[in-house]
Design a protein around this ligand. Structure first.
Ligand code: SF4
Ligand code: SF4
Length: 193
């Protein structure tokens, strides 16, 4: 009985507050009404919110971090990532994808691709409005739709961006130090006359 009265009291309080304590736009901060008038209004997403993955590039889309190693595709539980490695003119494999597709109708937003990628090349995005007006709209996203700049990642996930950039800086330093520590090949002797 006490629980019922308490519940009715809360309902009544919210009912009254919804008239006298109007909510701030795009916020649930008030004692009153908590229904958000989506899509006109929307709450800011939390940094760790995740939906579909995207591919990151540093300065320009050609400069993508993905090396087409296929690890994310192998680890993806519903197998919705499809990658074809690019080749040069002689047919030798390049360290970049020619095709990188993700079927968003199958993706279950688990984030395993992000965790599995050793090159910090794929991250979970905040975007969730991927529908469209067409009945047969394809939700297979191709590389040009998946590519987003590192500035986008910095904007949606600033904490992770700082941590990842620091990790990449340390890795680059380590590689540079290792390369410098390599013994130099002996200099070729000039041909004798
Ligand atoms: S996104 Fe990462 S794991 Fe997937 S193919 Fe590219 S480099 Fe490999
Ligand atoms: S989020 Fe999960 S299901 Fe979606 S592409 Fe990545 S690994 Fe696959």
């Amino acid at each position: 009985m006490f629980g019922v009265l308490r519940g009715m009291g809360i309902t009544f309080k919210n009912f009254v507050a919804s008239y006298f304590l109007p909510r701030k736009p795009n916020s649930l901060e008030t004692g009153g009404m908590v229904t958000l008038q989506y899509p006109e209004e929307r709450l800011p997403e939390k940094e760790r919110f995740r939906n579909f993955p995207f591919l990151i590039y540093d300065t320009k889309p050609d400069d993508l971090r993905c090396v087409a190693c296929d690890i994310c595709a192998k680890e993806c539980p519903p197998k919705c990532i499809y990658i074809v490695r690019d080749n040069d003119e002689q047919g030798r494999p390049l360290k970049k994808p020619k095709v990188f597709d993700i079927d968003f109708t199958v993706c279950m937003n688990c984030g395993i691709c992000e965790e599995a990628c050793p090159f910090d090349a794929i991250f979970m995005d905040h975007e969730f409005e991927v529908g469209g007006p067409e009945r047969q709209q394809s939700l297979v996203y191709h590389m040009d739709q998946l590519l987003k700049p590192a500035t986008h990642f910095a904007k949606i996930r600033p904490t992770d961006h700082v941590a990842i950039e620091e990790k990449r800086r340390k890795e680059a330093e380590k590689k540079r130090a290792a390369a410098q520590a390599q013994p130099k090949p002996p200099e070729a002797k000039p041909p004798q006359a």
